[in-house]
Design a protein around this ligand. Structure first.
Ligand code: PHE
Length: 350
């Protein structure tokens, strides 16, 4: 075997031994680098005659091309091997059983709120949303509950300084602030009619949402839900409240075997006022009076704060507890279960 053949062979062997691209580049340098063996052979031709240069040069070139071909082949082989390892590492076992995505659902209280909204919407009520961070003007003062009124102490909540009509300073203790908030917007919308001495469309709205008080036991949570309802017009009476609320309860509980009681009570913003109790005639709760809402005829001072003349406009308001309604509907005895976030409990309502 001549010298050039054995040079090619030793290059092939060295390339074959390279396991990483870096090994391979080092091996390449030994043959094709600046002072590599092929380069040295080229330099060695300097003293040869022109004829000899021709044949020697051609032979060296053949060897060089063979070395380059071996290098390219090895590079490709190393790249292929690398790809294979990577593919193996990232391989998916398509025979593994799949992981199911858990199916979400609505919270039981949300189900109740949707139900309440649907029933009142069918009776022509609008559904409104209000801020949970409220001003003491809307939460108390506008509702005929001035700063020194004892009823404020029953609504203990989180306060900061301030509290004007536009600067919120407390967590609302009930949804009743929505009575004046909504009415003021409504009146603004129809101000031109009122100014012309004409009648405006009635105010008929419910406002569900979160409310806050310093209270925590099996039937009270510091965060709870309320749903306000208000109907104001020129000729709306307590009788309408009775009809609307009775209809609502019977539809909500899908039972005509249900009676209501309006028990005299006190709220600063209604006069007269009543607690609404319900009693099932059949089923596990039969015979017990259950309190579900506060209600009453909207106080003239509140009507005035809405921007309306209490001599002309009259109506009723109620505030019910959707959490309580959810407990009754599903037979849940501890309110806290709703807000613990235990998926085993919550998934039962799907
Ligand atoms: N806001 C009252 C409460 O939280 C309930 C209520 C609403 C009473 C509307 C009368 C009219 O207790």
């Amino acid at each position: 075997m001549n010298e050039l053949d054995s040079l090619v062979e030793s290059a092939q062997q060295l390339f074959a031994q390279a396991v990483t691209p870096a090994d391979l580049e080092n091996a390449k340098a030994q043959f094709l680098g600046k002072s590599g063996r092929v380069t040295e052979l080229m330099k060695g031709m300097a003293q040869l005659s022109v004829e000899e240069k021709k044949s020697r040069g051609a032979a060296i070139n053949v060897a060089k091309q063979a070395i380059e071909a071996a290098l390219t082949a090895r590079r490709q082989a190393l790249a292929d091997a690398e790809l294979q390892t990577q593919l193996k590492a990232e391989a998916l076992d398509v025979s593994l059983p799949g992981r199911r995505r858990g199916q979400g659902g609505l919270h039981p209280v949300s189900l109740t709120l949707e139900r309440i909204e649907g029933i009142f919407a069918s009776m022509g009520f609008d559904v409104a949303d209000g801020p949970e961070i409220e001003s003491d003007w809307f939460n108390f003062t506008a509702l005929n509950t001035p700063e020194d009124h004892p009823a404020r102490s029953m609504h203990d909540t989180f306060y900061v300084e301030g509290g004007t009509e536009t600067a919120p300073n407390l967590l609302r203790t009930h949804t009743s602030p929505m009575q004046v908030r909504y009415a003021v917007q409504h009146v603004k919308k129809y101000q031109a009619l009122l100014d012309a001495g004409q009648s405006m469309p009635e105010i008929r709205v419910i406002a569900p949402g979160r409310t806050y008080r310093v209270d925590s036991d099996a039937t009270h949570s510091p965060m709870f839900h309320q749903c306000e309802g208000i109907w104001i017009g020129e000729n709306v009476s307590f009788k309408d409240l009775k009809v609307v609320f009775t209809d609502f309860c019977r539809t909500f509980f899908e039972s005509d075997d249900l009676v209501l009681r309006f028990r005299p009570s006190f709220f600063p913003f209604t006069e007269p006022s009543a607690e609404i109790d319900i009693q099932f005639q059949t089923g596990p709760l039969a015979g017990k009076w259950l309190e579900v809402a506060g209600s009453g005829q909207v106080h003239p001072n509140v009507v005035r704060n809405m921007g309306l003349d209490p001599e002309k406009y009259i109506g009723f308001a109620f505030g019910m507890g959707p959490d309580r309604l959810t407990m009754l509907r599903y037979g849940v005895n501890d309110l806290r279960l709703f807000f613990d976030g235990d998926i085993r409990f919550l998934s039962q309502f799907q």
